[in-house]
Design a protein around this ligand. Structure first.
Ligand code: FAS
Ligand code: PHB
Length: 393
């Protein structure tokens, strides 16, 4: 049996990109369906980003989904970069009048699902065999299966919000798609622990043993990461091994006060930089991880998905409200201009803070000089702050 329906926008992927776009479209009366491969609970079980740029907070406000974010989000006006026992305090607001907000992607996604359910908009879960057809014609459509039922969804536009491993990007002909990729020889082993954060700001630590990050989700919930070889697996790391590695990598002041506890989540994220050009093909528009990936060192993955959503939502709004499709035609060019600047910053932060297996003594000296220059130079600190809090849309 095949059910057939028509919507204005078919959104592939029920992660933050797809849900935020769907909610914004709802605010202007544009009918969108969301097709998600997994279940809501599975999507919410992923522990990912933790730092929101002001641009994403503003989008959540426009979507009417920022109430809990404002109640529970933690405003941060700076961060710490450390190497050995040396600490570089980077006060954002000294250089750029924008803070960041610490609020987990899991909670942001939960807020968006709750809002979507409240609107009564359709979300299909457990979808399989998603195919996109006639995307260069005036009447594209999506077919998929969900819970034993085959669906055909006719639409005006398709938003590919299905992440790095999704199907949308593959519908841009390989001969017309250029992919840029750099895979890093390490990953991030992350844990969540019901312990008080070691510091009231994030600490990005470079050490002889490798990178570490001290982050948080609240006053009693901490998020920590240590760099591990790309070949390592979670079961090689019991909690004691993790805490010992973290202690060795952060300044003694924090190692001495670190409160440890059992991990309630533990996972390894691979690190890569990736960009697909173009980010659109006919009536298909890619958003977020479907189009680009950054190493999480600059806290830019989720935030660059947000800037894509900003550009695509504004373009769709101009199309539907003003019958003007110029911004839609320019979406890929507009989005990629910001994406590449974010890729640069994320690669720079990753190169600054990690130990690379093939690093020579010269490479280490250069990395040390980069850190010393950052410690001594206000313009270098301003550049980091401007990029970290979020480049303008
Ligand atoms: P997502 O991948 O979040 O969502 C895509 C959705 O599409 C998923 O729910 C998926 O199930 C669904 N999907 C896939 N294929 C489909 C199909 N064929 N049909 C239907 N649905 C399909 N960013 C940071 O800033 N900081 C971090 O610490 C950080 N950690 C990360 C750790 C990991 C393991 C990963 C993978 C990413 C991490 N990121 C981090 C980046 C992450 O936050 C992304 O930038 C963010 O999830 C992007 O959101 P989406 O574009 O919605 O993609
Ligand atoms: C997190 O809290 O998960 C987090 C924060 C900053 C990053 C990456 C991850 O750069």
């Amino acid at each position: 049996m095949t059910t057939q329906r028509r919507v204005q926008v078919a959104i592939i992927g029920g992660g933050p990109s797809g849900l935020l776009l769907g909610q914004l479209l709802h605010t202007i009366g544009v009918d969108a369906i969301v097709l998600e491969r997994k279940t809501r609970d599975y999507v919410l079980s992923r522990i990912r980003a933790g730092v929101l740029e002001q641009g994403l907070v503003t989008l959540m406000e426009e979507a009417g989904t920022a109430d809990r974010l404002h109640r529970e989000g933690i405003t941060h006006d700076g961060t710490v970069i450390s190497y050995g026992n040396t600490q570089i305090a980077i006060p954002f607001t000294k250089h750029v009048a924008k803070p960041v907000t610490v609020y987990g992607q899991t909670e942001l996604t939960r807020d968006l699902y709750d809002a979507r359910e409240h609107t009564g908009a359709t979300t299909l879960f457990n979808v399989t065999n998603v195919t996109l057809s006639d995307i260069t014609d005036d009447s594209p459509y999506v077919e998929c299966e969900a819970n034993g039922v085959r669906h055909r969804i006719d639409c005006d536009f398709i938003a590919g919000c299905d992440g790095f491993h999704g199907v949308s990007r593959q519908h841009i002909p390989a001969a017309c798609r250029q992919e840029f990729e750099k895979v890093y020889p390490f990953g991030w082993l992350g844990i969540l622990s019901e312990t008080p954060p070691v510091h009231d700001e994030l600490i990005y630590a470079n050490s002889d043993d490798g990178f570490a990050l001290c982050s948080m989700r609240g006053a009693h919930l901490s998020r920590y990461y240590v760099q591990v070889a790309a070949t390592e697996s979670v079961d090689q790391w019991d909690d004691n091994a993790f805490w010992s590695a973290l202690r060795r990598r952060i300044p003694e002041q924090f190692a001495d006060t670190l409160v440890t506890g059992p991990s309630i989540e533990k996972s390894i994220a691979p690190l890569r930089s990736f960009v697909c050009e173009p980010m659109q093909w006919g009536k298909l528009f890619l958003c977020g991880d479907a189009a680009h990936i950054v190493p999480p060192t600059g806290a830019k993955g989720l935030n660059t998905a947000a800037s894509d959503v900003r550009y695509l939502f504004d373009a769709l709004k101009t199309h539907y409200v003003n019958r003007d499709s110029e911004a839609l035609r320019n979406y890929s060019q507009t989005a990629l201009a910001r994406v590449w600047k974010v890729e640069r910053f994320s690669h720079w932060m990753t190169s600054l803070l990690h130990r690379f297996p093939e690093q020579t003594d010269f490479d280490l000296k250069i990395q040390q000089a980069e850190l010393s220059f950052l410690a001594e130079n206000q313009s270098a600190q301003a550049s980091l702050a401007i990029n970290y809090v979020g480049l303008p849309y």
